[in-house]
Design a protein around this ligand. Structure first.
Ligand code: NAP
Length: 250
């Protein structure tokens, strides 16, 4: 088994019904993992699962709305059940990214962004990482964003939520790393997904600022996530890996 292989591992991917999460679920399954596809939309989730099974992979859908601590805890329990008693890899990918002037952000949107982008990963790690640590191995990958690194007008709420996730990544690496659980993050740049399709030229304009000069395909972000989830990254802990076409380097 090569270092990129994930045979025998159970991987929970949140937000796997769409975009980067769906591409990640497909890639982890291709590398041999039993993937638990999480999201709210059963139709899209079952389609992702069917695609994986058609290619000979192993996957199951677990439905969950991640906006409350209770439902996050419930997802963790169901995932452990579906995984035959354990989750070895957790990809905290589900997230929302509404943009706009600070004074126009609705109050409930402030809550939703932090509930999904910060609190859901927090509660999932609290529920799953201790058992990984008790077994002596595990990998957690948080999906952040390049705009957690610098200030962008209209992205204060979103960028700050992912900046919190970046620090959680490092703090969890310190907390769980000594017991064999590696915790890392990926910071994607503009990526063409179901949700960014509507951004049209704005996505291209953002992408044009980077050396790559184009938006990513979700599969390119999935490669970075799968690397960090695998033994190929065995000495990588607490890293926040830009997968942004070089934007934060220039
Ligand atoms: P997407 O296509 O909009 O998919 C978002 C996923 O999150 C969906 O699977 C959705 O599933 C799930 N989700 C949304 N609300 C949820 C809720 N209340 N409870 C549970 N699941 C929920 O997203 P994406 O563009 O692939 O982005 C994925 C991640 O990458 C996000 O964290 C985003 O911040 C980050 N990112 C994206 C880009 C980009 O340009 N696309 C760039 C940088 C970072 P259901 O609808 O089935 O619930």
């Amino acid at each position: 088994m090569g270092p990129f292989e994930l045979t025998g591992r159970v991987a929970l991917v949140t937000g796997a019904t769409s975009g980067i999460g769906a591409a990640t679920a497909a890639l982890l399954a291709e590398r041999g993992a039993h993937v638990l596809v999480a999201g709210r939309d059963r139709t899209r989730g079952e389609a992702v699962v069917a695609g994986i099974r058609d290619r000979g992979g192993r996957a199951d859908f677990v439905a969950a709305d991640l906006r409350t601590a209770e439902s996050v805890r419930q997802l963790a329990g169901e995932a452990v059940g579906a995984g035959g008693g354990r989750v070895d890899i957790l990809v905290n990918n589900a997230g929302v990214y509404p943009f706009g002037p600070t004074e126009q952000v609705p109050r409930d949107e402030v809550d939703t962004v932090y509930d999904l982008n910060v609190k859901a990963p927090f509660h999932l790690v609290a529920a799953l990482a201790p058992a990984m640590a008790a077994r002596g191995h595990g990998a957690i990958v948080n999906v952040s964003t390049m705009v957690a690194e610098y200030g962008v007008s209209g992205m204060a709420l979103y960028g700050s939520s992912k900046a919190a996730l970046n620090l959680l990544t490092k703090a969890w690496a310190a907390e769980f790393g000594p017991r064999g659980v590696r915790v890392n993050a990926v910071e994607p740049g503009p990526t063409r997904t179901e949700s960014t399709v509507g951004m049209g030229e704005a996505l291209d304009a953002l992408a044009a600022e980077a050396p790559a000069g184009r938006p990513a395909a979700p599969e390119e972000i999935a490669e970075a996530i799968a690397y960090l989830a695998s033994d190929a990254a065995s000495f990588v802990q607490g890293a926040v890996l830009p997968a942004d076409g070089g934007r934060t380097a220039v």
